[in-house]
Every structure is written in structure tokens, then in C-alpha cells.
Design a protein around this ligand. Structure first.
Ligand code: FAD
Length: 303
């Protein structure tokens, strides 16, 4: 991969990091170490996912509360509308707003049976993600992100339908779209062209998944409609029992992808961190993002 970079490039790039709410004390400790290591990179925001059907509601809220209380990071709360009545969803929105959350990632979510099972809006719930976005805006959310699918959502019959759903979300108040992960930058570029042709001008921020575990990623990709190119499988082939080399290859693969996107003019990146810091830090370093000194807030002069 390319080794020389323009020294000024890091200043023009915004990154955000995604976490999932930890289930155990050991996972919480790891997430906490990760947030502390990522904090000096001054991300634009860090987002915390929301389990299907609200299954992680309290854990998502507790994780966000800790981020607010103990770090300088700006949190964004993911929120889904699947399997919930409007007033339940509104209650969660108010809970997050009361914690001081101003940013949200609004999603439909998947039914409990998983991706691909036929989605039915809850009879008393928000019928679509666009309706959830509108509800968040009505409640005073300041910054709403939504999902986008460069390889189209697996339930989508075609790109036109998929992009129409995105348009409705943006027209309802979403400020940016964050993509499902992908490994072929040409696919992303073609998708952004389609989105622009449809009259959507919101940023389409690439979601980057550093490959911590190739077997898991391949399995997950199969379920969410993301294509794993043969060249990627070849790079990780034979590394199942060699975690150190796997990690080095993963850093090289992700750095190559991100550097190529920078060359194509992309300035914002969202990292699916899997609650791990190493690869995210290495890739950020490659694009010129370095630790920022934390500045102590100015205190008013004593009278
Ligand atoms: P939408 O964007 O509302 O719709 C997805 C697709 O379904 C559309 O593009 C369209 O193709 C089709 N579709 C929708 N409505 C219609 C319609 N009326 N007619 C025809 N086709 C339609 N899941 C979680 O449970 N928790 C999370 O925290 C979470 N975070 C995520 C973050 C990102 C950045 C991404 C990309 C996904 C995330 N997901 C999360 C996964 C997401 O919930 C699933 O992919 C789900 O299947 C779709 O939700 P959505 O908001 O993307 O759906």
C-alpha cells in the first residue's frame, strides 16, 4: 500500500467510531480501555448500537451515560423502531435526550428472527425509518444519521427502491447516511453517484469494518448482503491460527481501502470498531489522524 501521504491530510478528515454495549464486566472493561485509547484522536462522534427490539435499551443508555460523564467524546445513540409502539420509542428518545444526547443514528432494525425474515411494522409503531427520523426531529434531536447500502439492502428488490428509502429518510431530516461495510471501493463510488443522481446531497459516510476475524466477517457479510471479494478471502487464507499475522494483514487491508477512498475525495469515515482500538488507531494514523492534546476548559477568572 501507499506509504507516502500529504502531511496536511489528517486535518481535513473526520472519523467516528461505533461501539456495541458490553454484556459482561470483562467486555465493559475492554470497551472502556478502547474509548480511552480512541479519545485522543478527537473523533467527530462515537456511536453506541441498540439491540434488536430494544433488547439493549438499558445497556445502550448506561454506556452512553458513562461516555458523557467520564470522557470528552460526543455520543450518538442508535435507535430502532422494530417491534415497538410509537410511545415506547418516544420514551427512549426522551430518555436519551434527558441524558444529554443530541445525536442519533435512526434505524428500522430487524425482527427478532433476524435479517431477511419478513419485516412487518408494529401496528402501533413507526411504519418506516423515515417516520422515526421525523419523530426524532420533532423531539429536538440535533443531528440524525441513517443507514445506506452500497450493495443494496438484502430485502430491497432493486437500487431504485433502496435509494428511494434513503431519500425519504433524508427528506425527513437525516443529516448524513452511514454505509453498511463494503470492501470494493468502486461499488461505493457507483452507489454515491446513483444517490446524487436521485437528488440526495447528504454525505454518504463509508462504514469501514476492520477485519478482526475473517471467518466472522464472512459469515456476517453473507447475512447482511455485503460481498466478500475473492481477493479478500485469499489475503486471510491460512491465517486462522495466526492471530498476529491476521492482525497485520487486517491493518494493511483496511489502510489500503481507506487511503484509496481518501484519494477519491472521501473526507469522513465511520469505523465499526467491534469495541477494539488497535486497528482503528493504526488506520487513523495512516490517514494522518494523530492524538490531540486534551485541552483543559478555561475557568472564569476569580473576581
Ligand atoms: P431502512 O433503511 O428503513 O430500510 C432498509 C431497506 O429495506 C431499504 O433500503 C429498502 O431496500 C427496504 N425497504 C424498507 N422499507 C421498504 C418499503 N416500504 N418498501 C420496499 N422496500 C423497503 N441494527 C440494529 O438492530 N441496531 C443498530 O444499532 C444498528 N445499527 C446500524 C448502523 C448502520 C450504520 C447500519 C448500516 C445498520 C445498522 N443496523 C442496526 C442494521 C439495520 O437495522 C438492518 O440493516 C435492518 O435490516 C434495516 O434497517 P435500516 O434502518 O437500514 O432500514
Amino acid at each position: 500500500f501507499r506509504l507516502s501521504r500529504r502531511p496536511d491530510i489528517g486535518e481535513k478528515i473526520n472519523v467516528s467510531f461505533e461501539f456495541f454495549p458490553p454484556k459482561t464486566d470483562a467486555m465493559a472493561a475492554r470497551l472502556w480501555e478502547t474509548t480511552q485509547r480512541l479519545e485522543p484522536l478527537a473523533p467527530y462522534f462515537v456511536s453506541v448500537t441498540y439491540g434488536a427490539g430494544g433488547s439493549t435499551r438499558e445497556r445502550t443508555a448506561r454506556t452512553i451515560e458513562r461516555i458523557i460523564k467520564e470522557t470528552s467524546l460526543t455520543p450518538a445513540a442508535h435507535l430502532t423502531c422494530v417491534d415497538a409502539k410509537c410511545d415506547e420509542v418516544d420514551g427512549v428518545i426522551r430518555q436519551f435526550l434527558d441524558l444529554g444526547v443530541k445525536r442519533f443514528v435512526a434505524l428500522r432494525g430487524d425482527p427478532a428472527e433476524g435479517v431477511g425474515s419478513h419485516y412487518q411494522p408494529h401496528p402501533g409503531g413507526y411504519a418506516s425509518t423515515a417516520d422515526l427520523v421525523a419523530a426524532l426531529a420533532r423531539h429536538g434531536a440535533e443531528d440524525i444519521s441513517v443507514s445506506a447500502y452500497p450493495e443494496k439492502h438484502p430485502e430491497s428488490p432493486d437500487y431504485a427502491t433502496d435509494i428511494d428509502v434513503l431519500k425519504r429518510k433524508v427528506d425527513s431530516g437525516a443529516k448524513r447516511a452511514i454505509t453498511q461495510f463494503f470492501f470494493d471501493n468502486d461499488v461505493y463510488e457507483r452507489y454515491v453517484e446513483r444517490v446524487r443522481r436521485a437528488g440526495i446531497y447528504a454525505p454518504v459516510v463509508p462504514g469501514i469494518l476492520p477485519v478482526h476475524n475473517f471467518a466472522q466477517v464472512a459469515n456476517f457479510a453473507g447475512r447482511c448482503g455485503a460481498h466478500v471479494p475473492a481477493w479478500l478471502a485469499e489475503r486471510f487464507e491460512g491465517l486462522e491460527d495466526d492471530p498476529q499475522t491476521h492482525m497485520l494483514v487486517a491493518a494493511a487491508v483496511a489502510a489500503e481501502q481507506v487511503l484509496d477512498l481518501v484519494e477519491r475525495g472521501v473526507t469522513d469515515f465511520h469505523f465499526y470498531t467491534m469495541n477494539r482500538a488497535d486497528l482503528a488507531i493504526a488506520i487513523c494514523h495512516m490517514i494522518g489522524i494523530r492524538a490531540q492534546a486534551l485541552v483543559e476548559e478555561e475557568k472564569p477568572a476569580a473576581a
